[in-house]
Design a protein around this ligand. Structure first.
Ligand SMILES: *[C@@H]1O[C@H](CO)[C@@H](O)[C@H](O)[C@H]1NC(C)=O
Ligand SMILES: *[C@@H]1O[C@H](CO)[C@@H](O)[C@H](O)[C@H]1NC(C)=O
Ligand SMILES: *[C@@H]1O[C@H](CO)[C@@H](O)[C@H](O)[C@H]1NC(C)=O
Length: 447
């Protein structure tokens, strides 16, 4: 390259870089203004607000060591040079807990180390969801000795600890319960205008609307379901309309604990503490959505991945919605209905804080900030964030089971675990009709 060309491309790259930082900043401050206008109360957002300690105008000065941290050429703190990657990955994808991003990272891990992953039999939930995970309810081809999974499932401690390799990495995330509640109410209920919208949704396998739409219908004169009610009406009426035996009732109570495999109807602290011990044994890392970048920094170290493999383009950014503050009686209702989740969240925040301290607070703050900048950059220039995989690892030749999932057994199992639904892919599959999901080709082969 001649020098004119070289200088031109140097300037070009710098301009792009500054532009991307500028765009990132302006988007951030837009988001902040919007947040300030619609939300009188501080609410946790998924991408934890680092506004105070990140000034994106200035790159972190990579050459200067602060507080004794040693900084490497890549701008991150110097990482341990020896690293033994886990032999598998069990990512329990929990709804509305920063889990789409983490799923990408889990998949990147599998790609990087050529580890085959199990797939959902219908839609995007696995293992008989909302029943506890059962390996026969995986998509074909499945592995009799599975190594990895990264889809929605209800954790089944005994079975998953047993069938996945001992050195598999067990990963999941939790989110602050008030914030998770708002997000899930919006996601499962509020964003749907009508029954027709949920009925006609392609491949809806997880019963959109339930149980909220059913519980919010009033009196025999009104129809069985009602869409469009406000979160405040729901919360004010929840103690009266709650019925723990209804399908999908766990969405109204201890939903995080439910997906983590707890009996969501039991609120005694002793029971929950016992389960927290079990989760601590089972999971190598339980991340917090509110400490997103710190969590990723800890995760990278355990997974022995390049930093760029920690990047996930955000896919599931929900439309902004108004967040009225909860009244004190609504707050109490939530504390009561999500008591297990509050207990779990508090506990795993403490364990996360300990892990951050062990990593080194100053080092963490540096690396989390650096990773956040990397995300901003990758959002603008995804190509800069590719990674190539090391050679030599393969799982070709591992035994596979190609038999198609037994759909009627799956439907029965879901029904037995409060997972029935009068619309969507569930109703179609129950009537032996194509579901509209990607798996139809396998479930309904053309002869
Ligand atoms: C609660 O739900 C179950 C299962 O759907 C139903 O059979 C029962 O009648 C409901 N109870 C009340 C009080 O509505
Ligand atoms: C997590 O725990 C720390 C230390 O106890 C506390 O300062 C912080 O507020 C907690 N974070 C959240 C989001 O609850
Ligand atoms: C599928 O499951 C149903 C219900 O559990 C059972 O009766 C049937 O025998 C199973 N079919 C096959 C092919 O295993």
């Amino acid at each position: 390259m001649n020098s004119a060309k070289f200088y031109f491309s140097l300037i070009y790259t710098s301009v792009l870089f500054i532009l991307s930082i500028y765009l990132f900043n302006s988007r951030e401050s837009d988001a902040k203004t919007r947040q300030a206008n619609t939300s009188p109360k501080v609410d946790y957002i998924l991408n934890y607000d680092y506004g105070e300690n990140v000034n994106s105008d200035e790159e972190v000065d990579d050459s200067v060591a602060e507080d004794g941290i040693r900084i490497g050429k890549d701008g991150f703190s110097i990482q341990d040079s020896s690293c033994t990657p886990p032999g598998g990955m069990v990512f329990l994808k929990k709804h509305k807990s920063a889990s789409s991003t983490l799923q990408t990272v889990a998949k990147n891990f599998c790609r990087y180390y050529s580890i085959p992953s199990e797939s959902p039999p219908v839609g995007s939930v696995s293992g008989g969801y909302p029943g506890p995970f059962q390996p026969q309810f995986l998509g074909a081809p499945r592995h009799p000795k599975p190594l990895a999974i990264s889809t929605h499932q209800v954790f089944n401690y005994e079975i998953e600890m047993d069938i996945f390799p001992e050195n598999a990495f067990f990963l999941t995330s939790v989110r602050e319960p008030f914030s998770l509640f708002r997000s899930m109410f919006e996601y499962f209920y509020r964003r749907w205008d009508s029954e027709a919208a949920v009925r006609n949704r392609k491949c809806g396998f997880t019963c959109w609307g339930a149980p909220y739409a059913h519980w919010l219908a009033e009196g025999p004169a009104e129809s069985r379901v009602r869409f469009g009610a406000e979160i405040s009406e729901y919360l004010d009426r929840l103690p009266k309309i709650f019925n723990k035996s209804d399908p999908w009732a766990f969405r109204a109570k201890n939903f995080q604990a439910f997906e983590l495999g707890l009996d969501w109807t039991r609120d005694d602290k002793k029971y929950v503490n016992g389960k927290i011990n079990e989760l601590t044994q089972a999971f190598d890392l339980i991340l917090l959505a509110e400490y997103f970048y710190e969590s990723l920094v800890l995760l990278r170290e355990k997974l022995c991945l390049p930093w760029t493999a920690m990047y996930a383009r955000s896919r599931m950014v929900s439309k902004p919605y108004t967040k009225e503050p909860f009244t004190s009686s609504q707050t109490n209702t939530l504390k009561k209905f999500y008591a297990q989740d509050f207990q779990i969240y508090k506990y795993f925040n403490q364990t996360l804080q300990k892990k951050i301290s062990a990593y080194g607070r100053a080092r963490m703050s540096h690396d989390a900030r650096k990773l956040r900048q990397m995300y901003a950059l990758c959002d603008r220039q995804p190509k800069r964030c590719s990674f190539s995989r090391p050679q030599g690892r393969t799982h070709k030749g591992d035994p596979v089971d190609n038999s198609v999932v037994n759909a009627s057994a799956l439907i029965k199992y879901m029904e037995a675990h409060q997972g029935s639904c009068e619309w969507g892919a569930f109703a179609k599959l129950k009537n032996n009709q194509p579901t509209g999901c990607g798996q139809d080709e396998v479930l309904f082969p053309k002869v």
